[in-house]
Design a protein. Structure first.
Length: 68
C-alpha cells in the first residue's frame, strides 16, 4: 500500500493491517528457514517496507496528538 492510502485509514485499521503484515512476514520467513522454495523473493522486502510505512504513520499521528 502507498502512504497516502494508509494515512486515510483509521488508527484501528492501521493496527489490524500491521498485525496482518507481521503474521504474513512471519510465515514467509519461516518458509525460507525451512528451505521451501520462494515463489516471490521480493515479497518479504515489500512486506517489511509496508510495516515500516505503517509504523511511521502511527508515529506521525502520535506526534500530532502530542502537539495539540
Amino acid at each position: 500500500m502507498r502512504a497516502k492510502e494508509l494515512r486515510k485509514l483509521k488508527p484501528e485499521d492501521l493496527n489490524s493491517q500491521l498485525q496482518e503484515l507481521k503474521l504474513e512476514l512471519m510465515k514467509e520467513l519461516s518458509n525460507v528457514k525451512m528451505g521451501r522454495p520462494v515463489k516471490n523473493p521480493g515479497k518479504i522486502k515489500e512486506i517489511k517496507k509496508n510495516i515500516a510505512r505503517i509504523l511511521t504513520i502511527k508515529r506521525e499521528l502520535k506526534a500530532r496528538e502530542g502537539k495539540r
